[in-house]
Write a protein that binds this ligand. Structure first.
Ligand code: 3HC
Length: 331
């Protein structure tokens, strides 16, 4: 079991400088930290926070897309969307399992989510108004997720890094199927192309916000990078995403809704990159604080699912208890 830092009455963890220095030396040597290893309480708490919120994002992220399964324009599109939504549920389970190795429970994490004490990604509080939104989510949201999750495959905490390797393989399919939807629409009728442009207009800025506040306003980045939980800062990953995505929009014949966007030769150490316009952080924090268009619907849907699923959890626990006492023959 992880060795949780002892938290004394004075709120201090009782972790000595020697202990902290030895731990940091392991991080600096690129060693993987495993659940049974001694770790600073702050390291454990940061991972519980980030992995828990990541897992919540995967599960809540099933809702905007699930909304279109019955309305997919063809059996092929329906099958791909069903597979994607199912994958997201699996990603949530891997991540809840990774968080549980740190001494928290899925029930506890879910209770925090439903009570508004734990976050999930702001992006999932926007409505999916047209089929083009489903293409745009795959292209931009999963594209941004991949940009953020590839470095997490090298996270210092073993269970998180290993979960990411499996998740990233499936995210690539998610992103490709989304981009293919957009390509089909952009090569379709004028109305279909207009629908694709409308979706890009609505999802571009919220997708940039997925990477978190600017580095100067990020409360966790410095420590998370020292502990090699994060390998890149929020702004570095956002820039990578923008530089990769703007040419894709151009290939589609779509215009990124940023009039201030311009190519800057000086960016990326002289390799050049796209300098973006100002992000509306007031909108970001409004949505994070629960005032987005869909926040209430998302939490209500998760609460209904949790309540409706109580009997399944009780039955599974009762069955497991009976098997443990040998009263139920193993199948
Ligand atoms: N939505 C909601 N809250 C956000 C946020 C966002 N997009 N970006 C940042 N925040 C919150 C942070 O959680 C933190 O609040 P907290 O202290 O209460 O947790 C606060 O804003 C300050 O942000 P920081 O940048 O200091 O926080 P982090 O260092 O945790 O960085 C992060 C934020 C980059 C999102 C990081 O947590 C991370 O990399 N998480 C793992 C990846 C993840 O969760 N992605 C979410 C999308 S998952 C997804 O898209 C699934 C795909 O299959 C569709």
């Amino acid at each position: 079991m992880y060795s949780q830092g002892l938290i004394g009455a004075d709120g201090r963890t009782g972790e000595t400088e020697t202990f902290l220095a030895a731990f940091q030396a392991r991080i600096d040597a690129e060693e993987k930290i495993e659940p049974k290893d001694a770790m600073p309480e702050g390291y454990r708490r940061t991972l519980v926070r980030q992995i828990g919120q990541h897992a919540h994002s995967e599960i809540v992220g099933m809702l905007p897309e699930g909304n279109w399964v019955t309305r997919a324009p063809s059996l092929r599109r329906k099958a791909a969307l069903l597979a994607k939504v199912q994958d997201e549920g699996g990603h949530g389970l891997y991540l809840y399992s990774a968080a549980e190795t740190l001494g928290v429970t899925r029930d506890g994490m879910t209770e925090e989510l439903l009570a508004g004490k734990a976050k999930y990604s702001s992006i999932f509080n926007y409505p999916t108004l047209t089929w083009a939104d489903i293409g745009t989510i795959g292209w931009l949201v999963d594209g941004a997720a991949i940009m953020n999750q590839i470095p997490l495959c090298r996270c210092s905490f073993g269970p998180y890094a290993r979960a990411m390797i499996r998740i990233c393989k499936e995210e690539s399919f998610h992103q490709r199927q989304g981009y293919e939807i957009m390509l089909t629409l952009c090569r379709g009728t004028r109305a279909q192309k207009a629908m694709a442009q409308d979706a890009l207009d609505r999802w571009w800025w919220p997708s940039l916000m997925m990477f978190g506040p600017h580095d100067a306003e990020s409360s966790h980045t410095e420590q998370s990078m020292a502990w090699k939980i994060k390998r890149f800062s929020n702004d570095e990953l956002r820039q990578k995403f923008i530089d990769a995505t703007v040419p894709q929009a151009e290939y589609l014949g779509l215009k990124v809704p940023d009039p201030a966007m311009r190519w800057d030769e000086a960016l990326n150490g002289g390799k050049g990159g796209y300098r973006h316009g100002p992000i509306d952080w007031d909108e970001f924090w409004r949505v994070v604080k629960g005032e987005g268009v869909m926040n209430r619907d998302r939490i209500a849907a998760r609460k209904k699912a949790w309540d409706d699923g109580a009997w399944v959890r009780e039955a599974a626990l009762a069955h497991a208890a009976k098997r443990a006492t040998g009263k139920v023959a193993a199948e």
